[in-house]
Design a protein around this ligand. Structure first.
Ligand code: C2E
Ligand code: CA
Ligand code: CA
Length: 397
């Protein structure tokens, strides 16, 4: 068996305690590994904070499990570095000959895949490589490869989900939600392909297509005489890393002749918290252009008050979990209430996402939530379907 071992959050140690301390921990890890493994096993440092272990003479999976448990357990005790106790954990993945490969390259690759899986499942654990893991990776590679120049092939489509004012029940905005109609695999949801596009470097082009398409669609509706509404667009953190983002958006607004106030840029709470300096810079410029800015999935991870203070948001989008919890527990009702009050006190608009039932709607309405997005009113739909609704209910001129 080949085991790929990677220390969790090792970069933090280097960043906070210096590389010398990091080196000491790597040395100590190596000697702890040597202590618990057998003479017949081989330990090597593969690079950075990665160790590769060749486990020999195993007869059953149980043997591997025992060795792996021992390896993970060397991190139970702290590492004493210059008088300080440092706690660190590690994740490991294991590939077994011949099931997971017959040569060193494929065994190492599959052990690495299993290690990533262990990280994804919360770190400080080990995982054996499975055929599902291998298939997932293979499918991801196939998908990522077929994403090249996707925006030129008519495979992308925007759906629009209306956002409704709680009091007037009128549509005040829509959120553009991306769909990929793959020629072979059918419709692929954004939760699957957006992360792949981000990793494979395609998100800039795809994102630009989204902004262009959504803005010209919105302008078209305005030109048809429907009451102007805001068009919400999701912007990924990778797009924010591109220093040309604001310039691009401003360009598109000019070309499509859509007024900036009708563009609503959605940035997730997890993006907002990342690198506040360049995000602050981009958001401030967008704000100066007159663009509307929403913080998405608020409450999901950090609920950071400092980013609300620092970044120029107009609106908070309360994460769905609190809305769904309204039916279930008083505790979730309290959270929903808290977020509504927070927005009210800060003078920000609050929209609740994922509203599906009448009880949820009534609760939110009675507590002073401003806007609703969810299946209760409308599911995401294509441009034609939405246009039919506009024609029926909202024609003004
Ligand atoms: P999100 O921004 O939080 O979008 C809301 C998601 O909730 C959408 O899923 C929407 O269909 C779903 N939803 C709306 N109302 C309800 C409801 O009442 N109940 C339930 N259970 N779900 C509801 P969708 O369209 O699958 O999008 C998933 C995620 O993909 C989005 O989450 C967003 O993070 C990302 N995404 C979608 N389009 C784009 C895009 O153009 N660019 C980027 N970067 N990300 C996108
Ligand atoms: Ca969103
Ligand atoms: Ca959301």
């Amino acid at each position: 068996a080949v085991m790929f071992l990677d220390l969790d959050s090792f970069k933090n140690i280097n960043d906070t305690m210096g590389h010398e301390s990091g080196d000491i921990i790597l040395n100590m890890t190596a000697s702890r590994l040597t202590d618990i493994l057998r003479k017949s096993d081989t330990i090597s440092r593969f690079g950075g904070d990665e160790f590769l272990i060749l486990i020999n003479n195993i007869s059953t999976i149980n043997d591997i499990n025992t060795v792996a448990k021992n390896v993970i357990s060397i991190f139970n005790n702290p590492f004493n570095v210059n008088g300080h106790d440092i706690y660190i954990t590690a994740s490991a993945g294991i590939a077994v000959y011949p099931e997971d490969g017959c040569d060193d390259d494929s065994l190492i690759k599959n052990a690495d895949i299993a290690m990533y899986n262990a990280k994804e499942h919360g770190k400080k654990q080990f995982r054996l490589c499975t055929s599902n893991m291998k298939n997932d990776v293979q499918n991801s590679v196939v998908l990522a490869n077929s994403m090249y120049r996707i925006q030129e092939r008519d495979e992308l489509e925007l759906y629009y989900q209306p956002q409704v004012d709680v009091i007037t029940e009128k549509i005040i905005g829509v959120e553009a939600l991306l769909r990929w109609n793959h020629p072979k695999f059918g419709r692929i949801p954004p939760a699957v392909f957006i992360p792949l596009a981000e990793k494979a470097g395609h998100i800039d082009q795809i994102g630009e297509w989204v902004i262009k398409t959504a803005c010209s669609q919105n302008k078209k509706w305005q030109d048809m005489g429907f009451s102007p509404i805001r068009m919400g667009i999701n912007i990924s953190f990778i797009q924010f890393k591109n220093s040309k983002l604001v310039e691009k958006i401003s360009d598109i607004l000019e070309k499509t002749r859509m007024a900036p106030e009708y563009l609503d840029v959605e940035i997730t709470e997890s993006t907002a918290i990342l690198e506040t300096s360049y995000i602050l810079d981009s958001l401030t410029k967008l704000k100066q252009l007159g663009v509307y800015i929403s913080i998405d999935d608020f409450g999901k991870e950090y609920s950071s008050l400092s980013i609300l203070k620092l970044l120029p948001f107009d609106r908070i989008k309360m994460d769905m979990q609190f809305v769904h919890g309204i039916d279930e527990s008083e505790k979730d009702q309290a959270y929903a209430n808290l977020i509504i009050n927070l927005a009210n006190n800060l003078g920000l608009t609050l929209i609740a996402e994922g509203v599906e039932t009448y009880t949820q709607l009534e609760f939110l309405k009675s507590r002073g939530c401003d806007e609703i997005q969810g299946y209760y009113y409308y599911k995401p739909m294509n441009a034609d379907e939405l246009e039919a609704i506009f024609k029926k209910e909202y024609k003004t001129v």
